[in-house]
Design a protein around this ligand. Structure first.
Ligand code: G3P
Length: 216
């Protein structure tokens, strides 16, 4: 399972990279705004900065919602850096654009996916990644991890190449649950990743090992 970090914060990206477990980055317009990155030129420069920190794929989201606009913007984003994956919303025009990008060899991440039907369309269109948002489903009393399991089963059954990228991950347990049901990628903020490190028995055990070693 690949680990992506879901942030536009360069310090957090560096910290995850330093840990040695980072496979890529996802961003979205809200995450860019949270870091105060505004204006087309600054946003594009920021994507290049992110690509220069990480080795893996970096999702950059289009703002356009019409077919021609998505194609134009997607090609510009893809042209910024070979690591860029064009993030396209799950709307009719987006599906058409993903099909076209796929024909042209431009990699895509189909975002804002909340149902198995949407995931089937994304795979049929040739998306490289599909991003089901599990936290936002949990927020409305629907089982987000169950959606990941359904999509993984469907994709395996039909041998779709599209990778299931579990997004909107809110806590460490989401990561474990996504691993249990076979997600290809999880993307989340730094804290849930660091949460995987924690176990009180590790701390207690280490303390005792060190104390025993230091006994005179
Ligand atoms: O990658 C999508 C993700 O950023 C959404 O997360 O927490 O805003 O639902 P959240």
């Amino acid at each position: 399972m690949k680990f992506f970090i879901d942030t536009a914060n360069l310090d957090q990206i560096r910290e995850a990279m330093d840990l040695g477990i980072l496979d890529g980055v996802t961003t979205n317009p809200s995450l860019m705004a949270k870091e105060g990155i505004r204006g087309e030129e600054n946003i594009r420069k920021h994507y290049i900065d992110i690509c220069n920190i990480v080795d893996g794929d970096v999702s950059a989201e289009v703002i356009a919602t019409d077919y021609d606009g998505i194609i134009r913007e997607g090609k510009e984003l893809a042209g910024l850096h070979p690591q860029i994956v064009v993030k396209v919303p799950m709307i009719k025009e987006g599906v058409k654009a993903i099909r076209q990008f796929s024909k042209e060899g431009i990699r895509t991440n189909c975002t804002l996916v909340f149902s198995p039907g949407q995931a089937i369309l994304a795979a049929k269109a040739g998306a490289t990644y599909v991003s089901p948002f599990i936290g936002r489903l949990d927020d409305i009393s629907t089982d987000g991890v169950e959606l990941i399991a359904q999509i993984v089963d469907i994709y395996r059954y039909y041998e779709f190449d599209t990778q299931v990228l579990a997004a909107s991950i809110r806590h460490t347990m989401h990561i474990i649950q996504c691993a249990e049901v076979g997600a290809d990628v999880v993307t989340c903020p730094l804290n849930p990743i660091l949460g995987l490190l924690k176990h009180p028995l590790t701390d207690i055990g280490l303390e005792k090992f060190l104390a025993d070693h230091n006994k005179k």
